[in-house]
Design a protein around this ligand. Structure first.
Ligand code: F6R
Length: 375
């Protein structure tokens, strides 16, 4: 087993490896001229991609959360409809598959039994399949028509962290590639997006330098018995994963919810004992993102009025958020669809530091294994 590189746990080491996981995953897919995405490892032609009418994503756990973010990315950039399913649901019904539909199986290990069963069902029905996978030559990578690898390096800690960030990067690359081959985006947009993607590792390193802020928030809230996580749009899958990470490593009950839905029930839970984590990041160059942000800000203020304890993830320089809550973690700006790769980092660190404060075995949570090999 590789050593912990001076870190007390693999989980923390792997979170710190995220900038490198991103570089290794993104750079081989960018043309030297930095104006085009290339997918040299995918043996599916541009013509086959152009013929696609629909995409289905199957995955479990954290990989499914990446898939949900991928839906926002592919629909926004390539304008193709995307459905996301739990592998364990998809594999055991008679799912509808259309002609010219691509199925993407996302899996860190490449061995998850439910995802393998879903892929075999798809293949038996003759649909085209791609695996997004972190383990070269794993069963799912071998059985899919093509494999698009995440190069995050081995993930030892049971909680998946760096593989999730790398999956988000691959999904963004695929979304941009599809947009490019289907003529949905201008060259300038592709060039600008590539530059923003290549700038992400530095931004994640900047978040990691603020680790002590997150540890301070963990000190304050580690005794809570429940957490609510809220996010809107592409930030919703991020909070689902923030909640999953907290559940797994700290054994605290945590629920992820779309921010706008909080009024339709979960609001009844809000009191001074419930920490509510809200992702309230935004892209000032994107009017839709700003509209969603304004709505999120209104939700945040409303929760504060009801005595909720709010921990906000916001962008550096956001004084509105600074005024609205005393517990905020600030992260660098980026285009909206790239923000998930930055804002998940403080949520992973929050789960980690809360588990450490509770004296738990962070890398080996009870009842869990790294790859779920039985259906
Ligand atoms: C969460 C976690 C699990 C896995 C899930 C799928 O931290 O690790 O939820 O994401 O079991 O595993 P893979 O991606 O290997 O198919």
């Amino acid at each position: 087993m590789p050593d912990k590189g001076g870190f007390p746990h693999y989980m923390l080491k792997e979170i710190h490896e995220e900038p490198e996981a991103l570089r290794a995953t993104v750079e081989p897919r960018i043309a030297p001229s930095r104006d085009r995405i290339i997918l040299p490892d995918v043996e599916i032609s541009a013509a086959q991609f152009r013929a696609l009418q629909r995409i289905k994503i199957v995955a479990s756990g954290t990989s499914r959360h990446a898939g949900l973010a991928g839906k926002y990315m592919i629909e926004a950039l390539a304008e193709l409809p995307v459905d996301v399913d739990h592998s364990s649901e998809f594999a055991y019904r008679r799912p509808l598959l259309e002609r010219n539909e691509l199925v993407i199986a996302i899996t860190q290990s490449g061995e998850t039994a439910d995802t393998l069963a879903a892929l075999r069902e798809v293949k038996a029905r003759g649909a085209l399949s791609v695996a997004i996978c972190n383990v070269v030559q794993s069963t799912i990578a071998r059985e899919a028509d093509a494999a698009l690898y995440t190069y995050a390096g081995p993930e030892i800690s049971i909680a998946s962290t760096k593989a999730f960030v790398a999956q988000l990067a691959v999904l963004y690359l695929l979304a941009l590639y599809l947009a490019q081959v289907c003529d949905k985006v201008k060259n300038d947009f592709v060039r600008h997006s590539i530059a923003a993607l290549l700038a992400l590792p530095e931004k994640i390193s900047a978040v990691l330098k603020r680790e002590a802020d997150v540890a301070g928030i963990a000190d304050r809230f580690h005794t809570a018995s429940d957490f609510l996580f809220l996010g809107r749009g592409v930030h919703y899958p991020v909070v689902l994963d923030g909640a999953l990470k907290l559940k797994e490593v700290s054994y605290i009950h945590a629920e992820g919810y779309p921010t706008g839905e909080v009024k339709h029930g979960p609001q009844a839970l809000i009191d001074e004992t419930l920490p509510v984590v809200i992702v309230a990041t935004r892209d000032p160059n994107d009017a839709d993102s700003m509209l969603r942000y304004e709505k999120t800000l209104a939700n945040l203020k409303d929760i504060r009025k009801r005595s909720g304890q709010v921990i906000a993830i916001a962008n550096t320089g956001d004084d509105e958020i600074r005024r609205a809550t005393e517990h905020a973690i600030f992260v660098p700006n980026a285009p909206e669809l790239l923000l998930p790769m930055i804002e998940i980092v403080p949520l992973q660190l929050l789960a980690y530091y809360i588990a450490v404060r509770r004296g738990l075995d962070v890398d080996r949570p009870r009842n869990l294994s790294k790859a779920v090999l039985q259906e």
